[in-house]
Design a protein around this ligand. Structure first.
Ligand SMILES: *[C@@H]1O[C@H](CO)[C@@H](O)[C@H](O)[C@H]1NC(C)=O
Ligand SMILES: *[C@@H]1O[C@H](CO)[C@@H](O)[C@H](O)[C@H]1NC(C)=O
Ligand SMILES: *[C@@H]1O[C@H](CO)[C@@H](O)[C@H](O)[C@H]1NC(C)=O
Ligand SMILES: *[C@@H]1O[C@H](CO)[C@@H](O)[C@H](O)[C@H]1NC(C)=O
Ligand SMILES: *[C@@H]1O[C@H](CO)[C@@H](O)[C@H](O)[C@H]1NC(C)=O
Ligand SMILES: *[C@@H]1O[C@H](CO)[C@@H](O)[C@H](O)[C@H]1NC(C)=O
Ligand SMILES: [Zn+2]
Length: 518
């Protein structure tokens, strides 16, 4: 650098007469220049240092801000208070129909149900994370739970609803058996517990979690005892830290669960009671016996007593189970016997519509909604509604999906939910399962009503056959199989199925709309 600067110094052209003077001039200039570069270097150094400090300060401020907002959210949640305009929300995960299949073989096609034991029909491609048309391999179960765990690192999750069918389809054949169902339930429960040891997990019985398909345990059978051995610590939250309020006690849990696979639990700091039902007792697919009929009625009496208790204590109730009341739009048949549907719907609409703030069911493996209205023809009608969660198992032409639901603990109403899904075709093609947000209810179905309640679902239902706007319909129809190719459907069957819980009114509705198609 020195040699090059020398050439551009003034008076550097050689002139022997003024050589001394030039040299002196040069030395002075050089010293001055050296001083200047030193100053410049110091300045640059100083500025770099200041920049570094600024960046560090910024990062620290941002991080502590994040931590602070998180802890404010937590503490305001615990104390049930927040600053004006603050909404107190608790969040929970609703997942369903995992259908864990230990016999899954990634090389076998869906025509053999991905099981070598069924037939050796080799598939055209390897499907490590699951195949459309088959139940979930261990890889998919673990990956789904990891995705939920990832969500829990961004959001505080208070509890988890797992609305049934932990075990795969067809586990009672010669190659498996009832013990395999219990083993599958144990495996899934353990996997869940290991990822969420600090919050309550509320599992429920599905039609594939029984000693036979739609076969309820008989008197003297210790099935519920065996299932509860996998679930008790999850429900009671026995290994949770002391700061987590216990949802129920072992004695209360055992009393109802060993009777019929149902139970109650305290959530949202005791403001809400979760009533977990075993709706198999009301299912048309279960062969009737004196015992099942007795237990079916007994559970409805239990439900009524619980709702009475909840109301008398000024609390609200959330109901959850596997098979919902209402119509299966796949075959246009009712899910439950009419007599049980009637009693149930009377309870949640007429007598306790002000108590029941939401119902969480599944079984259809579809993202869907159901309305329940008492005397639907009259205008002054109390309504209730059901959120049907999609499945983890991709067996019915659907992508795996789960929901993060938020509950407003001031208004004691559901506030919103966000659905996450994994595109199975892409995951298989690129050997890389990626979970992403599917949609958020409030954004997909915008409304003046900002809560998720019966009025809002009623409005959504109306919009499905709105001739001037197809927005809601398009969103709904594409979501049902969580972004996999939609199966063929009849638009009016879906509309009527969502609207009417009882079979006669559903039939009247579908007859009214005579043009088929979607
Ligand atoms: C499938 O192939 C395996 C290994 O070759 C064989 O043991 C099994 O019996 C076959 N199963 C069927 C259903 O053909
Ligand atoms: C969880 O998050 C990590 C870090 O972002 C990511 O590498 C991983 O793939 C995620 N897991 C799932 C199942 O999405
Ligand atoms: C659950 O039900 C029992 C009665 O069987 C009752 O004593 C208990 O308080 C209930 N728990 C909650 C959280 O409502
Ligand atoms: C409800 O209907 C089922 C099926 O017809 C029947 O077996 C059962 O006894 C009925 N229960 C009541 C309480 O009416
Ligand atoms: C529910 O409503 C019906 C009809 O009004 C009534 O007969 C019944 O006693 C009510 N039950 C309760 C628990 O309030
Ligand atoms: C149909 O949708 C339009 C546009 O969103 C709305 O203005 C209208 O009120 C809707 N009609 C009914 C019957 O819901
Ligand atoms: Zn299922």
């Amino acid at each position: 650098m020195d040699s090059s600067t020398r050439h551009i110094l003034p008076g550097d052209e050689v002139d022997s007469a003024s050589h001394q003077e030039n040299l002196h001039y040069y030395l002075v200039e050089h010293r001055r220049w050296k001083k200047k570069t030193l100053q410049a270097r110091c300045l640059i150094g100083l500025m770099t240092l200041i920049c570094c400090i600024l960046i560090v300060v910024l990062i620290v401020t941002y991080e502590s801000g994040r931590r602070k907002s998180r802890s404010t959210r937590e503490s305001s949640k615990r104390e049930g208070q927040g600053t004006a305009g603050d909404v107190n929300l608790i969040k929970f995960i609703h997942l369903s129909d995992i259908h864990y299949d230990p016999f899954y073989n990634k090389m076998i096609s869906s025509s053999s149900y991905c099981r070598q034991q069924v037939a050796n029909s080799t598939a055209k491609y390897i499907a490590e994370y699951g195949r459309i048309g088959c139940d979930s391999p261990a890889m998919l179960v673990e990956n789904s739970l990891d995705a939920m765990k990832n969500v829990s690192q961004e959001e505080d999750i208070a509890f988890i609803l797992m609305t049934g069918d932990l075990s795969a389809h067809q586990m009672w054949t010669s190659y498996a058996g009832p013990q395999r169902v219990l083993d599958n339930i144990a495996t899934v429960s353990k996997q869940m517990h290991s990822r969420f040891p600090n919050i309550p997990i509320f599992p429920m019985i599905g039609n594939n979690d029984l000693p036979g398909h739609y076969v309820l345990p008989k008197a003297g059978d210790d099935w519920y005892q065996k299932v509860l051995s996998s679930w008790e610590s999850l429900i009671i939250c026995s290994e949770c830290p002391g700061s987590v309020k216990k949802p129920t006690t072992q004695a209360i849990l055992q009393e109802s669960f060993l009777e019929g696979g149902y139970y109650n639990a305290s959530i949202a700091d005791g403001k809400v009671v979760l009533l977990v039902l075993n709706s198999l007792y009301w299912s048309v697919a279960v062969k009737r016996s004196v015992e099942t009929d007795q237990k079916a009625s007994k559970q409805l009496v239990w439900l009524e007593n619980q709702l009475k208790l909840v109301k008398s204590r000024g609390q609200k109730a959330m109901l959850a189970s596997h098979i919902p009341a209402g119509i299966d739009t796949f075959d246009s048949k009712p899910y439950w016997f009419n007599n049980y549907t009637e009693i149930y719907v009377r309870l949640v609409t007429k007598n306790y519509s002000d108590v029941v703030i939401g119902q969480f069911f599944a079984h259809s493996h579809k993202d869907d909604f159901r309305l329940q209205m008492f005397e639907p023809e009259t205008s002054i009608t109390a309504k209730s509604f059901v959120l049907l969660a999609p499945a983890i198992s991709p067996v019915y032409h659907n992508n795996p999906a789960f929901r993060l639901v938020s509950l407003d603990t001031d208004q004691l109403s559901l506030a919103d939910y966000t659905q996450y899904y994994m595109d199975l075709v892409m995951a298989t093609q690129f050997s890389n399962p990626v979970w992403q947000v599917d949609y958020t209810f409030s954004k997909k179905y915008p409304s003046k009503n900002t809560l998720v309640n019966a009025e809002r679902i009623y409005e959504l239902n109306e919009q499905l056959i709105n001739q001037t706007s197809d927005t809601f319909w398009n969103g709904y129809a594409f979501s049902r199989e969580t972004n996999y190719q939609p199966m063929s459907y009849n638009r009016f069957t879906l509309y009527c199925g969502m609207r009417f819980v009882d079979f006669p009114n559903f039939q009247k509705c579908t007859q009214k709309y005579s043009v088929p198609g979607g």
